[in-house]
Write a protein that binds this ligand. Structure first.
Ligand SMILES: Cc1ncc(COP(=O)(O)O)c(C=O)c1O
Length: 407
């Protein structure tokens, strides 16, 4: 008890900046409504829990939302990426070019296929998307696909990547984990529908979440049929078909996976989907406000333009600071101001599991990984907490400038 009191005193700093008197601000926060809980409860009461009518309904709704022919619900975006790579023909000995700054799943899914993920540079501090020129330079005889990650919901340079993929006969896969409803600036077509297949995530910190879940979107009938079959052990009929008497048995036509979503998750997603656009509109408003305020804070740089914000799903509020001050600033924000931040993402090349796989230098990825800081953002963050975050960033950087913030 005494120890806890001492610790909060030590972390509190000056009374004006005390974290003790202020609520902590998490980097993300999920808020569900009663209707969401009811939808899940009704599903549990229905007695049908595995893939069935609610999955079918959610797939139809999400396909309509994206304006794409097929939506195949999966257990995660990682599963959807694996299925997308397989559908693109990626196999043992092949290579898939992915950005060096992304969640590890983008690269790991290539390894699931027996392929080698080839890490490419990002454009730089101003845009954390994969660099098309570097992609082209890394294409070799074994390259089968390129994966464009729409980092934080901001469109990767899809036009240039499509051109390159066409020229070299490669499949373009989109990792759209962060980008439901986002578009290329000035275009109507939604991210995740622009390549052979797009993978969406409904993991709990995502823009529309259900705990664990994903979805593969595609306009290609064969890719959709492949994904539907392989997500459920490549069985020719499903439990729901047999339950309804539509089938008596099944054949297994390949080695598939259990990548199924279940009914309670689909019910939760269907209940939340109608609020997706208004949630994103509020994320955009908050992002513009953050940017207007942070532009005035010396030492903070902001990737992307305001025009790009308007087309983005604004999954996170990304900023960059001098690499030397990034971690001390994060510590100050957490300990003194009660503000949680994250890094989106470390450079994949620096993970133990990937560092042995010589990829050549990736200086832009390394710099981004050392300078990026992700600030709290969620639709119910509100202006007051946002202002608290910006003031804390300013105060933290000033303190570090004075040299009193280092421990
Ligand atoms: C860019 C990116 N790709 C893929 C994934 C994997 O998503 P899931 O957790 O649904 O497998 C994530 C999740 O954080 C992600 O951020």
């Amino acid at each position: 008890m005494e120890k806890a009191r001492l610790l909060s005193k030590e972390l509190a700093g000056s009374p004006r900046e005390s974290a003790v008197s202020q609520d902590p601000i998490p980097v993300f926060d999920v808020r569900l409504e009663e209707a969401d809980v009811d939808a899940v409860a009704q599903t549990l009461r229905s007695g049908w829990l595995t893939m069935g009518p609610r999955i079918e309904a959610f797939e139809a709704e999400f396909a309509r939302h994206l304006g794409v022919q097929h939506a195949v619900a999966t257990s995660s975006a990682t599963a959807a990426l694996h299925l997308a790579y397989l559908a693109a023909g990626v196999g043992p000995g092949d290579e898939v070019i992915v950005p060096g700054i992304t969640f590890v799943a983008t690269a790991a899914a290539a390894r699931y296929c027996g392929a080698r993920p080839v890490l490419a540079e990002v454009l730089g501090q101003h845009d954390l998307s994969i660099d098309p020129h570097d992609v082209e330079a890394r294409i070799g005889p074994r390259t089968k696909a390129v994966c464009a990650v729409h980092y934080a919901g901001y469109a990767a340079p899809v036009a240039a990547l499509t051109e390159i993929c066409k020229k070299h006969g490669l499949a373009l896969i989109e990792d759209a984990a962060h980008s439901p409803s986002a578009t290329v600036p000035g275009e109507e077509r939604r991210l995740g529908t622009l390549g052979l297949a797009g993978a969406f995530s409904f993991f709990s910190n995502k823009i529309i979440s259900c705990g664990e879940g994903g979805l593969l979107a595609t306009a290609d009938d064969e890719v959709a049929a492949f994904a539907r079959s392989r997500r459920s052990h490549a069985m020719t009929t499903g439990t729901w078909d047999r339950h309804r008497g539509h089938a008596l048995g099944y054949d297994v036509v390949d080695t598939g996976f259990n990548y199924r979503m279940d009914e309670p998750r689909a019910a939760l997603l269907s209940a939340r989907l109608p609020r997706l656009e208004s949630d994103i509109a509020e994320r955009r408003r908050l992002t513009h406000r953050y940017r207007a305020m942070l532009r005035k804070v010396p030492g903070v740089s902001l990737p992307y333009s305001d025009e790009q914000v308007d087309a983005s799903s604004c999954y996170v509020m990304a900023a960059t600071v001098d690499p030397e001050r990034r971690d001390p600033l994060r510590r100050l924000l957490s300990e003194r101001f009660g503000i949680q931040t994250t890094v989106l993402y470390p450079s994949i090349a620096e993970f133990s599991a990937y560092s042995g796989d010589d990829q050549g230098p990736l200086p832009r990825c390394e710099r981004v990984a050392r300078s990026q800081i992700t600030l709290p953002l969620y639709p119910h963050l509100g202006d007051e907490r946002l202002e608290r975050v910006v003031h804390a960033v300013r105060a933290g950087l000033e303190e570090l400038d004075r040299g009193s913030g280092s421990r």
